[in-house]
Design a protein around this ligand. Structure first.
Ligand code: SF4
Length: 285
């Protein structure tokens, strides 16, 4: 009989819960039109639910927001230029940025004020968090992906600090940071992978080593969900990521006795439950 093991912790982190609560509270207390600037969290199910239940529309730029409205800044933060644009337009700004992302903003600002170069290690240079953090000091901060860091030339390591996106794979990041420290012993390293990301990945690493087959429920745009898949694979497991139950492929489950499931920090529990139900159907428990 197939056993399904749900990793713990999994699902919503503190920053995502907070951003959702900020949106709900804003919708209750204000009578102006409200807009999300970009996906408030990287999960379409959550975005659809908030848009329909709170009557908040998502737009991609400040220019799309009518005068006299409220703009909610997503959990991944935004550049100072975006805040300025909103202020210039006279929009009311509600900041739902995760405080741990804002900590990276402050660190970049602080290092740039000391004329230090910053390398922001990320999974994608156009990820919202990366754009927001690097936007604090574009003349000093350079986004470099985990794939590209091994060939990236660092000209002044003594005055360079390497920071990390909050949701990277802890395993791949450790490899990259070790490589950088060996190559440039004088460099400063300030890892900023958040606790929620670390805890979820540690749970998956443990289970991946024991059970070797993992399903991650999360959006393809969710960095932390993709990192869960990455640590599962780095720990020797076969791993798949699905946005919802319809993406499960029955052939994945042939001869699988133990199936581990986890979900990204922006995946609602209801979607995870539906995936579990479908897996039970596929494996006929
Ligand atoms: S994953 Fe970490 S940094 Fe990102 S929103 Fe959640 S708590 Fe904040």
């Amino acid at each position: 009989m197939t056993k399904i093991i749900v990793a713990n912790p999994h699902g919503f982190c503190f920053g995502i819960t907070r951003a959702i609560n900020v949106a709900v509270k804003t919708s209750k207390n204000k009578d102006k039109p409200i807009f999300f600037l970009g996906e408030i969290v990287h999960n379409q199910h959550v975005v659809d639910w908030l848009e329909s239940s709170l009557k908040i529309k998502t737009v991609q730029s400040i220019n799309e927001i009518p005068d006299g409205s409220i703009v909610i800044i997503r959990a991944h933060g935004a550049t100072p230029q975006v805040f300025q644009q909103a202020k210039d337009r006279g929009l009311e700004i509600v900041d739902a940025s995760c405080p741990l992302v804002l900590r990276s903003h402050r660190t970049v600002k602080d290092l740039a004020s000391q004329k230090k170069q910053i390398i922001f290690l990320c999974n994608k240079i156009d990820h919202d968090e990366t754009v927001g953090v690097v936007g604090e000091a574009p003349d000093f901060a350079t986004p470099v992906t985990l794939d590209n860091i091994f060939d990236f030339p660092i000209n002044n390591p003594k005055d360079t600090t390497v920071m990390t996106q909050t949701t990277l794979s802890t395993i791949e990041t450790q490899k990259a940071l070790l490589f950088i420290k060996n190559k440039y012993p004088q460099i400063t390293i300030l890892p900023h992978i958040c606790q929620a990301t670390t805890d979820r990945q540690q749970a998956i690493v443990k289970l991946a080593k024991k059970y070797h087959f993992i399903i991650i429920v999360g959006s393809p745009t969710s960095a932390n969900s993709n990192s869960l898949k990455s640590v599962a694979q780095s720990s020797g497991a076969k791993a798949y990521i699905v946005d919802n139950a319809s993406e499960l492929q029955p052939e994945w489950f042939l001869n699988q006795k133990d199936i581990v499931i986890s979900s990204g920090a922006s995946t609602p529990e209801s979607i995870l439950d539906k995936v579990i139900e479908k897996i039970k159907l596929i494996t006929r428990q």
